[in-house]
Write a protein that binds this ligand. Sequence first.
Ligand SMILES: Cc1cc2nc3c(=O)[nH]c(=O)nc-3n(C[C@H](O)[C@H](O)[C@H](O)COP(=O)(O)OP(=O)(O)OC[C@H]3O[C@@H](n4cnc5c(N)ncnc54)[C@H](O)[C@@H]3O)c2cc1C
Length: 410
Amino acid sequence: MPSTTTVIVGAGHCGLAMSHCLASRSIDHVVLEREQVANSWRTQRWDSLRLLTPNWMTRLPGYGYRGGDPHGYLTARQVTALLEDYAETSAAPVLAGTTVTSVRAAGGGFLVRTDQGIWRAPTVVLACGAATVPAVPALARLAPAGITSVTPAGYRNPGELPPGGVLVVGASASGIQLADELCRSGRPVTLAVGEHVRMPRTYRGRDILWWLDASGLLDQRYDGVDDLVRARNVPSMQLVGSPGRTVDLNALSSAGVRLAGRLAGIADGVAQFSGSLPNVCALADLKLGRLLNTIDAWAGAAGERFAPTAVRSTPLGLDLRSGEISTIVWATGYRPDLSWLDVPVLDSRGRVVHDGGVTACPGLYLIGMPFLRRRKSSLIDGAADDAAELATHLAGHLDALGSCRERSAS
Ligand SMILES: Cc1cc2nc3c(=O)[nH]c(=O)nc-3n(C[C@H](O)[C@H](O)[C@H](O)COP(=O)(O)OP(=O)(O)OC[C@H]3O[C@@H](n4cnc5c(N)ncnc54)[C@H](O)[C@@H]3O)c2cc1C
């Protein structure tokens, strides 16, 4: 049975960042990947997707964006190429085509079962992605027969959908990007809007992410926020990777997208929307105002303010059997898939309980989850600091294991 010091599960940017940090400490490890490096960027992104983070923010341990367009936004294909190059230049020991089917504690370490054999290791890092499976609400089952349901992970382009109108459920980054694309392609689009994070693309002449980065807001630590559960569940920012273009609800409704409240149910083929859209939008406007105030306080000068979200009359019901809607896009978020983890660290919803990526099972670590250790943890740019700190913890655990073994041998 092969053994190593650390098994990393997953060769996305987090697994590769972790590999780099372990290598720089000379910690022997392998990265087990069920498909190929950057699998999620190859297989789960729509054709037109661009990162919503500017290229200069694509920073990884010992590596970074080196092209000539620091203020542009990478396509999914470019992200794939970048991660392939990162894996190659950092000589990451990736074993592609190796699916981990179970991890369980054994003999003070772990047995990692894969479809290619079993590994033994005293430490394991789960870097298998926070966005592995689309999180579709149970009410999706109530959509009438004849309606096509897709998720952002399966959607590729407007031409692949059946002709007709589209209901996009969810107005975070994926939802607003797809509503925008579908509307531009000439489809009638209704967007069901729940809680969302309104964000201008540029503020005072700079990308909003420059302000969030420079002011230190993205560096806010997990042990410094009042309500961590809430912070870990904040929806993604309403941003698209297109220079200077803000795609908020005002922009979408001006382009012809019909706004509706949160999808609350489907009864007898009729989609029912919450009537709280004006309140939800007022809250998002308020939070945006507070964010800009924080940035202004940091910068020592006041900047522009944006028009409130205009909510005109919104539908409370939409008959899904009338033929008006042919497709529902469930842009309702994603979740990890750790159903194969055979270690008692999961909560009732199947999520790993952890303290900044350190689980209660000594030697088992997690990376890549929202607000794992910092506000930026779910971004590519967040992996470097998180991986460095987890590598420090993991090295400390190995040292402790080593001295235990020395004591029991003497
Ligand atoms: C639509 C979308 C857009 C995003 N846009 C941005 C953006 O603009 N900027 C930004 O910074 N971030 C963005 N993100 C967030 C984040 O960067 C990505 O989710 C990123 O892919 C997460 O990296 P990861 O390494 O944690 O996980 P992943 O990239 O998902 O990598 C996990 C890897 O683990 C492998 N794996 C899973 N299970 C197993 C198993 N059992 N055995 C072996 N291998 C396994 C998978 O095949 C995969 O390769 C976006 C996310 C999504 C979903």
